[in-house]
Write a protein that binds this ligand. Structure first.
Ligand code: ATP
Length: 357
């Protein structure tokens, strides 16, 4: 049986709880498509920092480089801080170390689960936010300058970094158009205020000319925050800078009912890491109540990515099977996560998905 190696970084808080669910789902789907997922756990995270002084050991990074794909739970604990007072966030370090430049955050609604917006068109929400992961304002992390009475963080927007993320979004819109989506990319920036963002927009508009089959438009981030709440069903693919992407990805997760439903991938030219969009949720950790769906759907995204990378259509079949199992579990009302007012815990949701696989 073909083996696929997965580096597993379960992390802190609810990370290990939702990871356990996703690994059970992968094992089950592996039987179905005759693939063996060899999952090995590696240390990283805030607790590891407390225990050993390292949040992302070099040996863990080496294992991530060597694996076919990386599954990541969640990392960071509010009380664990580095010397400059910022949180321990290895997920940012790993994005930079492996050049995982494209943060891919899809959200969609699920039949059977309530949708927070009351407009009936809200059930049609199906969009993907592409967040630039390696520069933007986050480039300032660790480089900030604090003087006596003033502090500076500087944003970086490069031609290479912008071109590759914009191309990623345009290509994704093209792929989605083949599956019936509108084939549209909305660029989100603040080109009316910042020189760096005007530079970004110019690159977006230049690249868009190479994709005449894709409809493109640009919007300012403030207007976008408004329109994502007023009419999110109008959007297909969004592309934006790192900081704006950080904020808007939480906003779009809320449109479909909560962080527990939002998967994500951090993808580069050589490596792919897949993790739920949520954090470690210390308020509910250890209680068995976390919704594992975002983690399970992240595993499905991983299979889709591997299917293309390894030219292995069975892996795409596995991804589809996971999505359908999740869909059926919610549509049949067999389970309802607590975020949606239900009583189903992590084990209940995992079991409902496994039964349908
Ligand atoms: P980060 O800064 O790492 O993104 P955060 O502290 O901003 O993390 P989360 O850890 O994602 O935020 O938690 C935000 C809220 O969402 C919390 O109330 C948490 O309990 C809830 N939450 C997050 N993930 C889940 C989940 N999988 N299931 C249920 N509730 C969740």
């Amino acid at each position: 049986m073909k083996k696929i190696s997965i580096a597993v970084l379960a992390g802190d808080g609810i990370g290990p709880e939702v990871m356990d669910s996703a690994l059970q789902v992968l094992e089950r789907v592996g039987h179905r498509i005759h693939r063996q997922f060899v999952a090995r756990h590696y240390p990283a995270g805030a607790q590891n920092y407390l225990d050993t002084g390292e949040s992302l050991p070099e040996s863990t990074l080496a294992a991530c480089r060597a694996a076919d794909a990386i599954l990541f739970g969640a990392m960071g604990l509010p009380h664990v801080r580095g010397k400059d007072g910022t949180e321990i966030i290895p997920q940012l370090d790993i994005r930079f170390a492996l050049d995982l430049y494209a943060g891919v955050r899809p959200v969609r609604t699920w039949p059977g689960l309530p949708v927070p917006l009351s407009d009936p068109r809200a059930t049609e929400i199906d969009l993907v936010l592409i967040r630039e992961n390696t520069e933007g304002l986050f480039y300032a992390r660790g480089r900030g300058i604090v003087e006596a009475d003033v502090a500076y963080d500087t944003q970086k927007i490069s031609r290479l970094g912008t071109t590759r993320i914009v191309d990623f979004a345009l290509n994704l819109a093209r792929e989605r158009a083949q599956k019936g989506r509108p084939g549209k990319v909305t660029n989100v920036d603040k080109a009316n205020v910042f020189a760096s963002m005007a530079f970004w927009r110019q690159i977006f508009e230049d690249r868009a000319k190479q994709f005449p089959d894709i409809r493109t438009e640009s919007a300012y981030v403030d207007a976008m925050a408004l329109n994502l709440v007023l009419k999110p069903w109008q959007f297909d693919v969004l592309v934006t800078e790192n900081m704006f992407g950080d904020i808007l990805s939480d906003l779009i997760a809320s449109l479909v009912g909560g962080m527990g439903m939002a998967p994500s991938g951090d993808i580069g030219d050589h490596h792919g890491l897949f993790q739920p969009a949520h954090g470690t949720a210390p308020d509910i950790a250890g209680q068995g109540v976390a919704n594992p769906t975002a983690m399970i759907l992240s595993a499905a995204m991983m299979l889709d990515w591997l299917a293309v990378r390894q030219d292995d259509a069975e892996l795409a079949v596995g991804a589809k099977a996971i999505e359908q199992a999740v869909q059926s579990a919610f549509a049949s009302q067999a389970v309802r996560p607590r975020e949606f007012g239900g009583a189903s815990g992590t084990a209940d949701i995992t079991r409902a998905v496994l039964e349908r696989l």
